[in-house]
Design a protein around this ligand. Structure first.
Ligand code: ISC
Length: 432
């Protein structure tokens, strides 16, 4: 069931044009430095990506049809759009940024007007992919002039930040983790991912560009994003579809970094050998490989994970790849994200039992945390990360989220410490 906030009144006829920019025009200015304060959209990693602003069209959906309804709308918008693309790379031409709710019933309980999942078509997009930089304009009915693109003013840093417990205290959350371990030991399920939130109150409404700039600079190998008041820097790629090739970066199994390189290297070795973390990881890889298989003529699932080093933590990581088969050629990146969500990196194994347990014991509306966030183009190519290391804000109130995979050998105290480490990126981005 879906509540469509902006119903489609007849076909929406958009005109999109992408033109290359000479590299000297932006002179290596980070894409996040181009964003205006209002309606900023971002998806950047290591200098590449797309940022956008303004709004040519949007759809909000909710409920269990949130992906299918958004997908049908996107097919319709793409089919009626006139695209003049002089760049021709994934992300040029018509694009929409999107972010989806974790749970079928999410959003309703938060009292937000309308649905909680969204696709937004910006009016202006600036993209960078290696040496290629471009600007896209999107307008209704007629071509819009290409705007001058230049760095915007330095955003105000958040001030007077006060953190308080979210829906549970640390001690209460440890009890919830213990409950989950008992259920796993009783044989009800193999793995469940439990999350908690932290509230930050600021002295003034957040200018999200400040934390975005910090996250993009501090976490270059993560995808820094902002869509409709959800922002963060995620290390996990749920699915990327690029001209028939599908890739996914699966993460599960974590160890905190100490800041001492030699010790961290030894810890990376122990993570790679930890049976608890390897078990947690294997469930996540299986869930992604199994969900991709029906769409692919071939898949590649490496036998062993590698260790991904981030500034705050290290993760076990596996890059899964597949080739979309002829029968599923029309499956868009969003269709694939819908099929994969929620993977066992954020739900659990078996999926339905884990989701029931989350709903029963977590005491948290995850909103759009841990759900797909990313972008899609007119060909259906796109990238959908999992919105981890993220926060949602409303004026001067920010809710930060973090979760941990729980298996039989999990210790509540260690999981609480891990969740604190996962909160660090957004915490630091708010406090400078
Ligand atoms: C659920 C989160 O992380 C997932 C991704 C990587 C490692 C995880 C872990 O080791 O528990 C989680 O499965 C989060 O960051 O909120």
């Amino acid at each position: 069931m879906t509540d469509t906030v902006v119903p489609l009144r007849g076909p929406l006829r958009l005109v999109a044009q992408s033109v290359p920019l000479a590299p000297s025009v932006l002179d290596d200015v980070p894409l996040t430095h181009l964003l205006p304060a209002d309606r900023a959209l971002a998806w950047v990693r290591d200098g590449d990506g797309i940022v956008g602003w303004g709004e040519a069209a949007r759809i909000e959906t909710s409920g269990d049809d949130r992906f299918t309804d958004a997908g049908a709308w996107w097919r319709e918008v793409s089919a009626h759009c006139v695209v003049r693309d002089k760049v021709g790379v994934p992300g040029s031409g018509l694009v929409a940024f999107g972010s989806f709710a974790f749970a079928d019933d999410s959003g309703r309980t938060r009292g937000r007007a309308g649905g909680s999942s969204v696709l937004v078509v910006p009016r202006v997009v600036v993209g960078r992919r290696g040496a290629t930089t471009w600007v896209t304009t999107i307008n209704e009915s007629a071509l819009a002039p290409t705007p001058r693109v230049a760095p915007t003013d330095e955003p105000a840093s958040p001030e007077g930040v006060v953190f308080t417990d979210g829906s549970t205290s640390g001690a209460q959350w440890e009890t919830i983790v213990s409950d989950a371990v008992r259920r796993i030991e009783a044989g009800d399920l193999d793995k469940v991912v439990l999350a908690r939130d932290l509230v930050a109150d600021l002295a003034a409404p957040l200018d999200v560009r400040a934390p975005l700039r910090r996250l993009a600079a501090a976490y270059p190998n993560c995808w820094t994003f902002h869509v409709d008041n959800l922002f963060g820097a995620t290390p996990e790629m749920l699915v990327r579809r690029e001209r028939g090739l599908v890739t996914s970066r699966v993460l599960a199994g974590t160890i905190r970094r100490t800041g001492d390189d030699a010790r961290d290297l030894a810890l990376a070795g122990s993570l790679a050998r930890s049976s608890k973390d390897l078990e947690e990881h294997e469930y996540a890889v299986r869930s992604v490989a199994d969900a991709l298989e029906p769409y692919c003529s071939s898949t590649n699932v490496p036998e062993a994970p590698f260790v991904l080093h981030l500034p705050n933590v290290m993760h076990l990581a596996t890059d899964v790849a597949g080739v979309v088969d002829a029968e599923h050629e029309s499956a868009t990146s969003l269709d694939l994200a819908a099929a994969l969500h929620p993977s066992a990196a954020v739900g659990g194994t078996p999926r339905s039992t884990a989701l029931e347990l989350i709903a029963e014991i977590e005491h948290l509306d995850r909103g759009r945390y841990a759900a797909p966030v990313g972008w899609i183009d007119a060909d259906g190519d796109g990238e959908w990360g999992i919105a981890l290391r993220s926060a949602e804000y409303d004026g001067s109130r920010v809710r930060l989220f973090a979760g941990c995979g729980i298996v039989a050998d999990s210790s509540p105290e260690a999981e609480l410490a891990e969740s604190q480490a996962k909160l660090v990126p957004v915490r630091d981005a708010l406090t400078g």
